[in-house]
Design a protein around this ligand. Structure first.
Ligand code: ADQ
Length: 467
């Protein structure tokens, strides 16, 4: 079996974390690496004088962590600049927040080149290399430039925008050409894949063949849809065991018998948090019977807080939460609880199970794992209802959720009312269909399906494309 080499911007901490504190993706990737043996390569989160000097190597059984530092300039241009102020907003359809400059793009390329040069000596001929996410789109090109001939796959965790949006990026052509250097590129949804193929046809003069094969820039690349899953069994187990925990019990007793709505997100403008609180406010206005009973718990730990747009969203959210509470709170009841901190996974699972509604309304999201975790954490005998944005990738797989348009405040409030008054029979029916889906397509199925397609690379023009 070939070794697996995973490359991602950040590498999960090498030290064994507390049980329940590690994210599902890290758990899934670690399981694959332990299974096959391999390397996890990326930035360790440190900023030092020199970028990506010799990687620091830590071995744990058949798994090797190889991590590098970044210097301040590379951090500013590659991570803070091009990745998080150009690509992230643009790929989430926020042209208004996207900033483009050549210096950041050069820094992005330079850092990818540096990573490739540090990874190259660690590779063996039969390795499968799996690169993750928008920070590292040029990795394949840079690795090929060093003479690397190994199979190279890429998975994009965030949406791929339609050509009309992508064209705003001055380096759109270079970015798409870099994508075409991989043997396999994976997307979260069919619409992301289609958007990529539209660019290939309309802007790159390329060809689209059968079975997701694409030919452009003199290369053949296999495109595929691999919706990421969660560790369903673990979430279900955590939730069942967390219901009796002291924390969950404290949460329950604080509700005084009222219903709980829950939102859990990184504090990010793509997650639609302001619109979500406004829809909740509208629920209280339009359906006064909930006043004095219902509570909305929004957990949103700050992320990327050195980026000004993230400081702005934090201020905005504080203002809306304050307004809703100011307008409706009573001396013995406060409608919104807005928390700026993270919780370990087991505790979150207990919170999900206690909540009558999982309120997941991003304006744009590659997948959204919280939606899936909420469903997996429910009590099968008395499940809650998922209210889910149509703009989350997860909506494709979970059509039994109440699917909403997060921009439609009144429509979302109506969906909340439907969720809060839904019969037990309907709740069970909807939940069962979603849960079955999450069991069939969990994180293990996700990584295995990607690795299987990558193993069969390289793909050539003979396989379903005109010459
Ligand atoms: P994210 O944008 O980070 O991921 P998401 O898919 O929701 O979004 O994953 C967040 C994870 O962090 C979940 O597992 C969640 O439980 C956890 N989390 C969030 N807030 C937390 C808190 N306060 N405390 C503890 N844990 C918390 C990107 C893309 C998504 C895509 C994923 C995976 O933007 O669209 O689903 O990658 O591909």
């Amino acid at each position: 079996m070939s070794r697996l080499v995973v490359v991602s911007n950040r590498v999960a901490p090498v030290k064994q974390p507390r049980p329940g504190s590690q994210g599902g993706l890290a758990v899934g990737i670690l399981a694959a690496l332990r299974d096959r043996g391999g390397i996890w390569f990326g930035w360790n989160g440190n900023i030092s004088e020199q970028s990506a000097q010799k990687p620091s190597i830590v071995s744990a059984g058949r798994l090797t962590y190889a991590t590098v530092d970044l210097n301040q300039t590379d951090y500013d241009e590659y991570y803070f600049g091009f990745a998080n102020r150009s690509l992230w907003p643009l790929f989430h359809y926020r042209l208004d927040l996207s900033e483009f400059n050549r210096r950041d793009y050069e820094g992005y390329r330079r850092t990818n080149r540096l990573f490739a040069s540090r990874l190259r000596p660690l590779l063996e001929p039969d390795d499968l290399i799996w690169v993750h996410d928008y920070h590292l789109i040029p990795m394949a090109e840079e690795l090929r430039n060093t003479g690397c001939e190994q199979r190279l796959g890429f998975f994009l965790h965030i949406p791929w925008p339609t050509p009309q949006v992508l064209l705003a990026l001055p380096q759109h052509r270079q970015i798409v050409r870099a994508m075409c250097t991989y043997d396999v590129v994976g997307f979260q949804t069919e619409s992301d894949r289609k958007a990529f193929c539209s660019y290939i046809l309309e802007e790159a003069g390329g060809l689209i063949g059968d079975n997701g094969l694409v030919r452009a820039f003199g290369r053949t690349v296999k495109t595929g849809v691999f919706p990421i899953g969660i560790d369903t069994e673990t979430v279900t187990r955590f939730a069942a065991s967390a219901v009796d925990s002291r924390t969950t019990q404290r949460l329950k007793s604080s509700l005084g018998g009222g219903d709980l709505l829950i939102g859990v997100d990184r504090l990010d403008y793509s997650k639609g948090l302001t619109q979500r609180l406004e829809a909740f406010e509208h629920l209280l206005e339009a359906y006064p019977e909930h006043r004095g009973h219902i509570v909305m718990l929004q957990i949103a730990p700050p992320s990327r807080s050195d980026v000004p747009e993230y400081q702005q969203i934090q201020r905005e959210l504080e203002a809306v939460a304050g307004r809703v509470n100011g307008r409706y709170a009573e001396f013995d009841w406060v409608p919104t609880r807005y928390l700026n901190k993270g919780f370990n996974r087991r505790t979150l699972c207990g919170f999900f199970r206690t909540s009558k509604v999982g309120f997941v309304t991003p304006l744009r999201d590659g997948m959204n794992l919280v939606a899936k975790e909420y469903v997996a954490a429910q009590d099968p005998k008395d499940p809650g209802v998922l209210v889910l944005s149509r703009f989350a990738g997860a909506a494709n797989e979970l059509p039994e959720a109440l699917i909403v348009n997060p921009f439609d405040t009144e429509g979302v409030a109506e969906a909340l009312q439907h969720a809060l008054t839904m019969s037990l029979e309907e709740r069970r029916e909807r939940w069962q269909a979603m849960y079955d889906q999450l069991c069939r397509h969990d994180i293990t199925a996700w990584r295995e399906s990607f690795i299987e397609v990558l193993t069969r690379a390289p793909y050539s023009t003979r396989q379903g494309l005109p010459n």
